[in-house]
Design a protein around this ligand. Structure first.
Ligand code: TGC
Ligand code: FAD
Length: 390
């Protein structure tokens, strides 16, 4: 990490403002100091490093684009993306915590919540005093969240919530959960469920080979009494959770570039130092092909994502454009991780280098927030007009 120079083959820094570069460099310095030295050990132990939460808040990792009046950093979408890039250069699991808190918990409270809910939760989420999670996926409804069965009934002075969510990032230690459930008419609403409510439990999911430094769990609701003021009043229907996903998927598109950059940088340095047959492996055509293709793909992804950020700043980016970037960039990163790992030979499978950890993390990243297939089908629907999901 000491030698890390972010690849910038097409002088993309020229497209960034001073503020963008300042925000990115602060995040980069923080990752170098607080994440890179410890993350391998936490991943090996399958433990989330809770001590980084405060720092994540300080670099704008919680609600980068949420207005300052609610405790957010009030930054634009490019800065948000650059922060995600730097965090995921450290580890996809740490970026997950940041994505979930920012785009899946703070975003819906900001966009669909009322003023009391915003004031009650957002400032504490921005500093990391509260950690949140987002419950959309269920055991029998992953790619098709519209089929969810988690439901709530109006009991007059409160709602009664029943059901279960699965694969929920941050669940085991989250203070609050934004939960998507159907009312008696089958309409989807968001509810804020707080730890400690009777009948609400969050068992941890063990034995993951991927995203090991991020805690994943279930959310179980067994006749949970949820106060009526905890319903997000501003938006209902499947479009409400999908709107949050747009923001998170955009951040992941940037994050994946960070993971790819770290793998490329590690493989490039190794290829110059590792001697076989009396010359550096980097002097062989086969290894150069890998490196040349990596830097080409990283550069294409950077351009795609920068343009998407500009469109988002102007409020013009479509959900389908975000899907394309998420799908392309995560696939690009996982491919680079696999190639880079091979370039390190046996050393590539150890925790001495970050590549294998990135590679395994990216198996989750290519699955969550819409699988690789689902994003292809979103692009397919966008260009043909025919939804092929059903
Ligand atoms: P469909 O009928 O197409 O749409 C239902 C309603 O939603 C609207 N809509 C959107 N709104 C905002 N943003 C989007 N991206 C939207 N996409 C669709 C749509 O206009 C419609 O509105 P209305 O008013 O007409 O009702 O819905 P469908 O049931 O056919 O499903 C479409 C599909 C398959 C694309 C969608 O369900 C989907 O994206 N599935 C993938 C599920 C997914 O991504 N789950 C992620 C769970 S969260 C997570 O993984 C967090 S990981 C966190 C981490 O650690 O980083
Ligand atoms: P399925 O939907 O069962 O898909 C299985 C396979 O079928 C996939 O390859 C898929 O592409 C394919 N497939 C599905 N439908 C079609 C179709 N119509 N046509 C062709 N192929 C299809 N969810 C949350 O709500 N909150 C979280 O915080 C969260 N964090 C996560 C953290 C981790 C580590 C992981 C692994 C997942 C997380 N998820 C979270 C869940 C994630 O969003 C789902 O795993 C994902 O949406 C896929 O759902 P599934 O696992 O049920 O797979």
């Amino acid at each position: 990490p000491d030698l890390f120079q972010a690849p910038d083959y097409y002088q993309l820094d020229d497209l960034l403002s001073d503020e963008h570069k300042m925000v990115r460099d602060a995040a980069r310095a923080w990752v170098k100091k607080e994440v890179s030295p410890i993350i391998e050990e936490y991943a090996q132990r399958a433990e989330f490093p809770k001590q980084i939460v405060k720092g994540l808040g300080e670099i704008g990792g919680f609600g980068p684009y949420i207005p300052v009046e609610y405790g957010g950093a009030g930054l634009d979408q490019i800065s948000y993306g650059l922060i995600m890039q730097e965090i995921e250069r450290g580890d996809s699991g740490v970026r997950s915590t940041s994505s979930v808190q920012s785009s899946l918990v703070m975003y819906p409270i900001w966009k669909y919540g009322n003023e009391e809910q915003r004031m009650k939760y957002l400032p504490k989420l921005a500093t990391g005093e509260f950690i949140g999670c987002f419950g959309l996926t269920e055991p029998d409804h992953g790619s098709n969240p519209g089929g969810m069965v988690t439901n709530f009934k109006d009991m007059g002075d409160h709602y009664l919530l029943n059901g279960a969510k699965m694969w929920i990032s941050n669940a085991p230690f989250a203070d609050i959960a934004v939960v998507w459930a159907k009312n008696e008419e089958g309409r989807i609403h968001g509810l804020i469920v707080e730890r400690g409510m009777e009948g609400f439990s969050t068992p941890e999911t063990h034995n993951k080979w991927s995203l090991r430094a991020s805690a994943t769990g279930e959310l179980i609701f067994d006749n949970v009494k949820v106060p009526k003021e905890n319903l997000l009043p501003g938006k209902s229907g499947l479009g409400a959770p999908l709107g949050c996903l747009d923001s998170a998927r955009y951040g992941i598109a940037w994050g994946a570039i960070g993971a790819a950059m770290d793998c490329y940088d590690t493989a490039l340095r190794y290829s110059k130092e590792r001697i076989q047959f009396d010359k550096p492996i980097g002097a062989t055509q086969l290894q150069q092909k890998k490196l040349a293709e990596m830097i080409t793909e990283i550069t294409k992804a950077q351009l795609l994502t920068w343009r998407l950020g500009v469109l988002r700043n102007e409020g013009r980016a479509t959900s389908a454009q975000i899907s394309m970037a998420k799908r392309n960039n995560v696939d690009m990163a996982i491919h680079i991780a696999r190639e880079a790992r091979q370039m390190l030979g046996g050393m590539g499978i150890t925790g001495e280098y970050s590549i294998m950890r990135h590679m395994m993390n990216l198996e989750s990243v290519i699955t969550y927030e819409g699988t690789h297939d689902i994003h292809l089908l979103i692009t397919g629907m966008d260009v043909t007009g025919f939804p092929a999901f059903k």
